[in-house]
Design a protein around this ligand. Structure first.
Ligand SMILES: [Zn+2]
Length: 332
C-alpha cells in the first residue's frame, strides 16, 4: 500500500501565534476581470491553482517563518503522507500529481520520462481540455520537467511555460510566481499549475539540516503569498470560487538528496484551502494522487474510473483533536 494513514499531530496547530502573525495582505492588480464574469460553462465550478513546492517537507514548513503557508494550513485541510514504494524523484511524482495515478500506471520512474504512458493515463490538462475545450488551463513552472507532462497528449494545456533561468533558484521562482499571478489576474484560468524549485535546490546543496533549507522555505513562502493574494483578489472582484492546493513531490535526507526509499525522502503533503474545505482539519490519508481528482471534481467533470486518487473531502471534518483549539485562535 502506498497510503500511510498514520495520523501525525501538527505541532504548528499549537503555535497559535504563528497563525496570526505576518499574513501578507497586499492585493494583486486585477486586469480584465470583469465583475460577474464566470467560467465558460457557467457558475457552480471552483477554479483551482496547484502550487507545487519541490522537495519541501511539511514539518520543516511548520518550523519555518512561513506565514503564508501557515495561514493556508490554518484555513484549510492538510495532511502528510508517504509515497514510499513509489520513486522519490520529481518526474514520477509530478506525473502522479498531474495524472491522479501512481507510477505503476503512468509509467514514469525517473526524470528521463522514458516509458511514460500519458496516452492511457492523460494529464489533468488533457482531461479538462477534452471534456471542456473552452476552459483555460496553464502550467507555469521553474523546472522544465513540468512542461514535459503538461505538453503531453492531445489536447494539452493551453499555456505551457518553463521560466527561463533568472540567475538563482530564488530569482527564477520569483519570476515563475509573478507569471502565475499575472495569469490568474489577467485570464482567470479554470486550472493553473505551478512548480517552484528553490527548496529542492537547497535540499540538494545543504540538506534539510543544513543552513540553506530553512531560508529557501521562507523565500518560497513569499512567492506562495503572492499567488494566494492574487487568487483572493480575483475571487473577491469576480465572485469566482477558487481552491488553492499546495503539495510536494518528495522529501530530502537530512544531509541532502533524494531518490531512495528512506522515510525522509518519501514524505509528501497536501494542503487544500478554499470553498468547502474546513479550517484546520488534518487528514493524513490525503496523498499526492488526490490532486488531479480534486481538480476535476472542482470543475464538475466526471471522475475517470481508473484514477488511483479521490477528490479531497469537503464538509464535515474527519479529524482532529486540535481543531477546536485552532479555530478558536483564528481571527480573520
Ligand atoms: Zn523534485
Amino acid at each position: 500500500m502506498i497510503k500511510n494513514n498514520t495520523p501525525k499531530a501538527l505541532s504548528l496547530l499549537l503555535a497559535a501565534g504563528a497563525l496570526t502573525a505576518g499574513v501578507a495582505t497586499a492585493s494583486a492588480g486585477i486586469a480584465g476581470a470583469a465583475p460577474g464574469s464566470s467560467a465558460p460553462d457557467g457558475s457552480g465550478i471552483t477554479k483551482t491553482v496547484v502550487i507545487g513546492l519541490d522537495g519541501t517537507m511539511l514539518d520543516q514548513v511548520e518550523a519555518a517563518d512561513a506565514p503564508n503557508l501557515h495561514r493556508l494550513i490554518a484555513e484549510g485541510t492538510s495532511g502528510q503522507s508517504s509515497i514510499l514504494g513509489h520513486p522519490t524523484i520529481s518526474g514520477p511524482s509530478w506525473s502522479t500529481i498531474l495524472t491522479g495515478v501512481w507510477h505503476t500506471k503512468h509509467g514514469v520512474v525517473d526524470n528521463t520520462f522514458t516509458g511514460s504512458n500519458y496516452e492511457q493515463y492523460p494529464s489533468a490538462f488533457t482531461r479538462i481540455e477534452t471534456a471542456k475545450p473552452e476552459m483555460r488551463t496553464a502550467a507555469i513552472s521553474t523546472w522544465g520537467g513540468i512542461a514535459t507532462i503538461a505538453g503531453s497528449g492531445t489536447p494539452k494545456a493551453d499555456v505551457v511555460v518553463t521560466t527561463p533561468g533568472a540567475g538563482s533558484g530564488a530569482a527564477t521562482d520569483a519570476a515563475t510566481a509573478d507569471a502565475v499571478v499575472n495569469e490568474i489576474a489577467s485570464n482567470g484560468p479554470e486550472f493553473v499549475f505551478t512548480q517552484l524549485d528553490q527548496v529542492d535546490g537547497a535540499g540538494h546543496s545543504s540538506g534539510t539540516a543544513g543552513s540553506e533549507y530553512r531560508p529557501s522555505l521562507e523565500r518560497v513562502d513569499v512567492e506562495v503569498g503572492k499567488i494566494v493574494d492574487a487568487v483572493d483578489a480575483r475571487s473577491k472582484a469576480t465572485g469566482e470560487k477558487w481552491t488553492i492546493l499546495v503539495t510536494s513531490d518528495h522529501g530530502h535526507k537530512p544531509n541532502g538528496g533524494h531518490g531512495g526509499q528512506s522515510e525522509a525522502e518519501g514524505v509528501t503533503f497536501v494542503i487544500a484551502r478554499g470553498a468547502g474545505y474546513q479550517a484546520g482539519v488534518v487528514d493524513d490519508t490525503l496523498t499526492i494522487a488526490d490532486i488531479t481528482p480534486t481538480v476535476l471534481d472542482n470543475l464538475g467533470l466526471d471522475q475517470p474510473a481508473d484514477l488511483d486518487g479521490t477528490p479531497i473531502e469537503k464538509g464535515a471534518p474527519t479529524a482532529t483533536g486540535s481543531l477546536g483549539l485552532l479555530t478558536g485562535s483564528l481571527g480573520n
